[in-house]
Ligand binder design. Sequence first.
Ligand SMILES: Cc1ncc(COP(=O)(O)O)c(C=O)c1O
Length: 396
Amino acid sequence: MTFKQADRLKGIPMSRTRVMLRKCQELRAAGEKVTALTLGEPDFDTPEYITMACKKALDDGLTKYTDSTGPLELREAICRKLKRENGLVYCPEEISVTSGVEQGTFAAFMSFLNPGDEVLVQDPVYLTYTTIPGIAGATVKTYSLLEENDFQPDMNQLRSLVTDKTKMIAIVSPGNPTGSIFTRESLEAIAELAREKNLLVVSDEIYERLTYGEKDEVVSIASLPGMKERTILLNGLSKSMAMTGWRIGYMAAPPELIDPLNRMAFYMTAGATSFAQYAAAEALDGDDGSAEKMRLEFKKRRDYLVGEINEMENFSCIAPQGAFYVFMNIKKTGMKSEEFCDYALEQYRLAMMPGDVFGQCGEGFVRLSYAASRQVLEEAVCILKDIDHEISQKMV
Ligand SMILES: Cc1ncc(COP(=O)(O)O)c(C=O)c1O
């Protein structure tokens, strides 16, 4: 029997991040020790006040379907969070809870892109953003985030990419894999372009609470004049509250946008897991200080990793302002990103993500996740020093 996959999946590859994770799993299964800086997942446990709230929801029998957009108490808690932390005013009817930001991204692209439409996406970027528009039959045009430009968008380039088919601009800030935060000036320029060309904006703010505060404040583009009505704001609890497995995200958008999003999301999951949602309301309203503790620990790890890398001869990086990734420049080695990562894994059992996984502009970089324990980071630094030394020796 032959079953042909749907045409819309042609050319849609399995995520290369999964390929790297599988390689690590295979090595570990064979008894090898692998030092991995691959995962975009906090190594902390979910704070106890949240797991307690989940247990209570289970004990209270809150195990039935919820409203497909999320229980009112969670949507109200999200509105309070957006007001308190982002200065944004939404009502509960403008919020839709999703199974992670991943579902929100899928719903946003599938609800508003037709075949032939164009969407502007940053490069490098989390893979979902260059993959899902293709499933919708739309074309991705990438705008470059270059290290020499502090990983900020170049507005001349961005403008030059707009055609009469352009429907949307996607923004991920703080970014994965760069950790860069779009400055207020960059966001104002993007907002101006969106208003002028009547574009929708999808703003992924999942790392918005994980910032290290020396340079840039995090601004939600939805807070800029005339932007709420054209923005689909995506956020969630996976990263900032160590809740990746709970699968809780949300979309915030005005009625004209949330109605199609709700219809699309309904046919995907008919709602997120009930007890995880009740616990998420507690996660947003309550605060036992653990989120801030995690953020401060990430900052320490970032400072350590950045300091060590910039002492090495063949590698360098700029200090990321947010998220939990360092985007390390390996251009001096003369190796391609994938070649470098394969070599580090094969010879030293150090796993990292090749930068080109995230787009052409990521070539010559590798992504190191510092959502790993201090011990793992120290091991990784020792290995990187060995690799650095070996490369320098070869160069003489
Ligand atoms: C930029 C970005 N958006 C969305 C996601 C997925 O988030 P969630 O776990 O909420 O689906 C990730 C995960 O790595 C990410 O880096």
